[in-house]
Design a protein around this ligand. Structure first.
Ligand SMILES: [Fe+2]
Ligand SMILES: [Fe+2]
Length: 457
């Protein structure tokens, strides 16, 4: 049976995110809604598994553009693949090697069993007492086969790296990307110094397979976190301009906090790089694509333009980051890596909380001059939610599945910050539906409708 994220961890991570919203309606036990927001969250599990990325199949087997043919081909191939995996890895894993089909079979069977267990879990949630139907052959005994499949290169895919807030989208064009940046992000000096300080000369201990995945995880985080510094620089510059053009001035504390966020994100980048170095890797990678910070010239007022970015960056993306990092931190054993994660977590809480704190003043100022402001922000939120979902799912791949089986990370994985993709997705959707939407509605924004209609964006 698929293990799930510990319920207490899940609820504690959500409650911590809810506290940051300063939203009285959310501050009940466990962060669940009360008062005017008593509706229970929708079944988030219906979103938690999207169709997996296409498995590579031979071109002669099915038309890759024909979804029906592909699905039929995969189904017909599952049992053969399961048998091949058993044969290749039994009685020991010494026989694996040069079989080029094995990687594809591991991916095919792994994804199919992931979908199977997710479907089964959803049905069990709806049927008290569970299900009696037999487990199909390909899903039976996957714990062991999955472990072996994890060990081959083909299983290495993208890992869970969704933290840093992406550049906010503009309403019409999504992200206004300039061009791929040719530069390299090289944090080796700062990262190796932090690694020595925190993990000692021996670094972090891990098996080769786990170390490889953990390096990929933290290198991705390094890029995202460091890249988020430019997002906060853009936001700080926007508020400076707002003061000059509109006379809107944040209070001194909020202003000071905002000005420090970019430096915090760069530091997070170096800290994530320190984990890479501590695992024997190098904190050096292609820099994040260069994206222009949106000025939103189509907004009716500069306040509305600033609100779009505050909502997208702090109230939405950073609140999700708080929940995901919070859950990871709760499952990580005490030690220097947990200490590092706690430092990042504390800053991310500050980034999200800043947004929720400045939101009421901005809304009051903007709507005093423009009664339709909230309705128009609802239209922007559709776009912001669509981009958020795209970003989070892209950085929370279902394939980032526990090598110890399917479900929550094993102890060794949790100790290194590896996450289980489908469970992290479940937490993402719960954070949106149980924390962000009610908090935004509390401020009079039509957030639930915007979330429902995000596909229209
Ligand atoms: Fe960060
Ligand atoms: Fe942040």
């Amino acid at each position: 049976m698929m293990a799930r994220m510990n319920t207490e961890t899940f609820e504690r991570a959500l409650a911590a995110a809810a506290r940051l919203t300063c939203c009285a309606a959310l501050l009940g036990a466990g962060g669940s809604c009360r008062g005017g927001h008593s509706d229970a969250p929708d079944d988030v599990s219906e979103h938690s598994v999207k169709p997996p990325p296409a498995v590579v199949v031979e071109s002669s087997a099915a038309d890759p553009n024909n979804a029906e043919q592909l699905a039929a081909y995969r189904t017909s191939r599952l049992d053969a693949c399961a048998a091949m995996i058993d044969q290749e890895f039994a009685p020991s894993d010494m026989k694996r090697g040069e079989n080029p089909e094995l990687a594809d079979c591991c991916a095919l069977v792994g994804e199919a069993q992931q979908v199977y267990w997710e479907d089964r879990r959803k049905r069990e949630e709806g049927i008290k007492g569970g299900l009696d139907e037999p487990v199909p052959g390909y899903a039976e005994g996957w714990m062991m086969r999955g472990y072996h499949c994890c060990q081959i290169n083909a299983w290495d895919g993208p890992e869970c790296t969704p933290w840093g807030p992406p550049t906010p989208p503009s309403l019409e064009r999504g992200h206004e990307q300039r061009s791929p940046r040719a530069s390299v992000l090289d944090l080796r000096v700062a990262a190796s110094e932090q690694a020595r300080l925190r993990f000692g000369p021996a670094g972090l201990r891990a098996s080769p397979a786990l170390a490889r995945r953990a390096r990929a995880t933290w290198l991705g985080r390094m890029i995202n976190e460091h890249g988020s510094a430019e997002v906060f620089e853009g936001l700080a510059a926007q508020f400076d301009a707002l003061e000059r053009s509109e006379g809107f001035r944040l209070d001194a504390r909020a202003r000071g906090r905002l000005q420090g966020f970019a430096a915090e994100e760069r530091r997070h980048g170096a800290l994530c790089g320190a984990v890479v170095e501590g695992l024997g890797g190098r904190a050096r990678a292609p820099a994040k694509a260069d994206e222009s910070f949106p000025a939103h010239p189509d907004a009716r007022t500069p306040i509305e333009a600033a609100l779009r970015n505050v909502l997208s960056i702090a109230c939405v993306a950073e609140t999700v980051a708080v929940a995901l990092i919070g859950a990871e931190r709760l499952t990580m054993p005490e030690g220097p890596l947990r200490g590092l994660l706690t430092e990042i977590y504390a800053d991310e809480c500050g980034h999200a909380n800043w947004g929720w704190r400045v939101l009421p003043d901005l809304l009051a100022r903007g709507s005093a001059e423009d009664p339709q402001l909230r309705a128009r922000l609802g239209v922007y939120l559709r776009r912001a939610f669509a981009e958020l979902e795209h970003h989070e799912l892209a950085h929370l791949p279902v394939r980032a599945t526990s090598c110890a089986g399917v479900g929550e990370p094993s102890t060794g994985e949790a100790a290194l910050g590896l996450c289980e993709g489908s469970e992290a997705r479940r937490l993402f959707y719960a954070t949106v539906e149980r924390v962000i939407l009610p908090a935004l509605e509390h401020h009079g924004l039509p957030a639930r409708a915007a979330w429902r209609e995000r596909a229209l964006a």
